[in-house]
Design a protein around this ligand. Structure first.
Ligand code: ADP
Ligand code: MG
Length: 362
């Protein structure tokens, strides 16, 4: 989607991804099929590019550093390195004065033994490489905690206190090369089994005071990282009304996909503008929006493994529906295959269409 946005503005694009079926590679002018840390591949990428970004936070920071020696890279390796590691990420939140869940770093058996009781029940999360709820275990007792850490192969982890959530929301901030920030409206997110399922964006989706707080926090987190590019900051709103930061993603984010159809500038175009040093004007949302994620489960008949094609005809007959499929070769349960953006003149209409679409997709 980033590649599409760049191409729409007249840019040629290059993608470095070892996977021959890489959706971005398939639609790009150049596809360099090497590992992220392959010196030759990186040299090739630098040679054909005027600016470089990453769509995946687990690209080794060393690879971004190597590219940065030859071309502007946004976000920079230092910021991406913070986002790659939950322990560093949380330390950054603390440094910025933005409250996060009480937590402890678990790298060693001694740290495991020293975890305060107050963090239980909690969620043990691998410090690196987690996504869509993967690399996480919910633990209620010290015995469960120890077993979960064993199960994860004793890799560096953080244990977070399980918080009573009222709702989840996120903010997309784009920070330019001059440090100017622009924001998309606050997104309200619904997760199922640790995976984003629905994003709703319209007036009043989140109490305005909290929305303002989330936006202010997102800007201080971006400023603190001297960030350049599009950053997503995920938050929890607790049942007592407090706002707590959860995690950051150093790239356009699933919860910002609605901007493709509901805003005058999408999060992907914002990334292009950041990279190219073009002006960042405050994005304007012109329509209330609901985004539905399309997981691979929809490609199987309910209760079985019989492949099917989701009911696109019926869904696209609903007004204000825009289908985005990523061109992934194989549908798997729990795999994000695409999303449906639904826009309407009112929030009620968008929600009602989203309910109809969800029912049709079954
Ligand atoms: P991922 O990298 O997989 O997105 P997250 O840390 O965002 O990992 O966790 C995924 C989801 O799990 C969150 O969106 C939230 O619904 C739930 N979750 C994570 N941490 C907590 C917590 N400390 N308390 C309650 N729920 C949590
Ligand atoms: Mg998350």
């Amino acid at each position: 989607m980033f590649v599409h946005a760049a191409q729409a503005m007249g840019y040629f694009t290059a993608v470095l991804d070892a996977d021959p079926d890489s959706p971005a590679g398939l639609v790009s002018h150049h596809h360099i099929r090497t590992a992220y840390d392959d010196a030759q591949g990186l040299a090739q990428l630098a040679a054909v590019s005027d600016a470089v970004t990453t769509e995946f936070e687990n690209v080794p920071a060393a690879a971004l550093d190597a590219l940065a020696a030859r071309r502007p890279v946004a976000p920079g390796a230092a910021a991406v390195a913070v986002a790659q590691d939950r322990a560093r990420e949380k330390a950054h939140f603390v440094q910025c004065g933005v409250p996060c869940a009480p937590y402890a770093v678990v790298d060693t058996p001694a740290q495991l033994a020293a975890v305060p009781d107050a963090l239980l029940p909690g969620i043990l999360k691998t410090a690196r490489m987690g996504y869509d709820g993967k690399g996480q275990a919910r633990v209620s007792t010290r015995a469960e905690l120890a077993a979960a850490w064993e199960q994860m192969g004793r890799v560096p982890c953080v244990l977070e206190q399980m918080l009573p959530l009222a709702l989840e929301c996120s903010v997309i901030v784009a920070r330019g090369q001059d440090g100017q920030c622009v924001l998309l409206p606050v997104q309200r997110n619904l997760h199922r089994q640790g995976i984003l399922a629905v994003t709703e964006v319209y007036e009043g989706n989140v109490p305005p005071v909290l929305a303002k707080q989330a936006q202010t926090a997102a800007i201080s987190i971006a400023n603190g990282l001297q960030y350049v590019g599009v950053l997503c900051v995920e938050f929890f709103v607790l049942q007592d009304g407090r706002l707590v930061v959860n995690e950051i993603a150093p790239r356009p984010h699933n919860s910002g996909h609605y901007s493709q159809n509901a805003c005058d500038v999408s999060q992907f175009e914002l990334q292009v503008r950041c990279m190219a040093g073009l002006p960042l004007t405050p994005p304007r949302q012109h329509s209330p929006a609901v985004m539905l994620n399309l997981l691979g489960d929809l490609w199987f008949a309910p209760g079985g493994d019989t492949p099917r094609t989701p009911a696109w005809d019926a869904v696209l007959a609903l007004p204000g529906t825009n289908l985005h499929l990523y061109g992934k070769r194989e549908a798997k349960r729990g795999r994000k295959m695409g999303h449906l953006n639904i826009t309407a003149p009112t929030a009620e209409a968008a929600r009602s269409t989203a309910l109809q679409a969800a029912a049709l997709l079954g």
